[in-house]
Design a protein around this ligand. Structure first.
Ligand code: GDX
Ligand code: MG
Length: 400
């Protein structure tokens, strides 16, 4: 980071340094409680290197008066400017978090910001160590810093079953499938990365949950490299109820990773570094991240002939047991190998916005998640995590 020498301390004649105006913190937010968003804004605004904070809101209706009052008070207290920015319509897909991030990326690029941090607004354990960790890796020359953290063994089911396998299939033997949180919304972009993203039409177009995948990919090919900063306590935020709650996210993330097919892989010259992971906190090891009972009925309800017809393109070893779901829940067959085959079929053919494809993809993913949750996830946290990690390595080695 650029530092400006401001001379000598009156008493000790020690060199003092003033931090140049470089770091901006951005929180995209939609319907989080105002008090939670305000707490996170306060943490960022109090940080010594943070010169400005933006909260990028989904719509005017999402701005509570109490948030406006709180941000004024925080700004007075910290002397840090805080802006509530209305997200712009930038992409062509569902208007969502992608439009919010792209609004901030383009605005920050125009205004010459040197470093931009992004954090989800619903984090309940956000503190200055996140900012310190990212800044310190950027000081060491990394162009992008991604936060990584332990998660419950049944959490991150999109990451483990869609995004990392997809990256393993598309970019084997690179660091991309090994990134701990390829969907993470917590990252620091330095100026070159910010400019690259602001100029990228594929990033700009990705207005939905696919934005994280696109940012992960586009920043992985930049020569300035990627560092993963470890947050030992995990990211504490709102967990979902049934897997239905993340249906849209799963489909948009599938579409995003499939859209990377044919793109060049990051070369071996791109630096990648990571903090060493630490043991997961005990409470995370006990957490079940979603309601299994509530997710079961999703396997059997609402089948259409069009969906069954699309399922006929799957290998027989998947299709036959999978179609039993038209009568009763059947998922235990979906092991890592069969999921590899099913995911390959989806990556090649899936069409976001087509209801039969969406239903098929969601149900196949559900089968895989339930098979894992009622199988390996029961064998204890460490074993489950080792198993998940081994599936990614295996996918990298298996050619389609
Ligand atoms: N402005 C704006 N507009 N903010 C949004 C919108 C939107 O349409 N949708 C969501 N957000 C904000 C939200 O308020 C929160 O601050 C953040 O984006 C993340 O949303 P949340 O509902 O907490 O998502 P979740 O399930 O925690 O997902 C995050 O982690 C996923 C993962 O790593 O598994 C999020 O960063 C995902 O992009 C990521 O896939
Ligand atoms: Mg969240």
């Amino acid at each position: 980071m650029a530092r400006v020498d401001t001379g000598y301390d009156e008493i000790g004649y020690c060199a003092r340094f003033r931090l140049e105006t470089v770091s901006l913190v951005v929180f995209p937010f939609k319907d989080e409680p105002a008090s939670l968003v305000a707490n996170n804004i306060r943490t960022a605004a109090r940080h010594q290197v943070v010169e400005e904070v933006w909260a990028v809101v989904a719509g005017e209706d999402n701005i509570a008066n109490s948030l406006l009052d709180a941000t004024r008070a925080i700004s007075d207290e910290t002397s840090t400017p805080i802006e509530i920015v209305l997200q712009q319509r930038i992409g062509s897909l569902r208007p969502g978090k992608g439009d919010a991030m792209n609004t901030a990326i383009r605005r920050a690029a125009e205004r010459e910001w040197q470093r931009v941090h992004f954090y989800d607004a619903d984090i309940t354990n956000f503190d200055e160590s996140w900012i310190d960790g990212a800044e310190s890796a950027a000081d060491r020359g990394f162009g992008v810093v991604r936060h990584r953290f332990p998660r419950a063994s049944t959490d991150a089911m999109i990451t483990w079953m869609i995004t990392r396998p997809g990256l393993a299939i598309e970019f084997p033997e690179t660091f991309l499938p090994r990134l701990n949180q390829p969907l993470g919304g917590e990252l620091l972009l330095t100026r070159p990365a910010l400019e690259a993203l602001a100029d990228s039409p594929t990033v700009g177009d990705r207005s939905d949950w696919g934005i994280d995948t696109l940012i992960t990919y586009e920043t992985s090919v930049l020569e300035s490299g990627v560092y993963e900063h470890h947050v030992p306590d995990g990211k504490r935020h709102t967990l979902y109820g049934s897997l239905d709650d993340i249906r849209t996210m799963s489909l948009e993330c599938l579409d995003a990773v499939a859209s990377l097919h044919g793109r060049p892989a990051p070369g071996p010259e791109v630096p990648h570094g990571s903090d060493r992971p630490t043991p997961a906190p005990p409470d995370l090891k006990r957490t079940v991240a979603y309601d299994i009972e509530g997710s079961l009925r999703l396997l059997t309800s609402g089948w259409t002939p069009a969906e069954a017809e699309l399922a006929s393109g799957l290998p027989d070893a998947v299709e036959v047991p999978f179609l039993e779901n038209r009568v009763r829940p059947n998922f235990a067959f979906m092991d890592a190998d069969l999921w590899f085959a099913a995911l390959g079929y989806l990556i090649d053919n899936f069409r976001l916005g087509d209801s039969a494809w969406e239903s098929l993809a969601f149900r196949l993913w559900l089968s895989r998640v339930l098979a894992y949750t009622t199988g390996q996830a029961l064998s204890g946290y460490s074993q489950a995590m080792r198993y998940l990690e081994s599936t990614i390595g295996d996918y990298e080695k298996t050619s389609r």
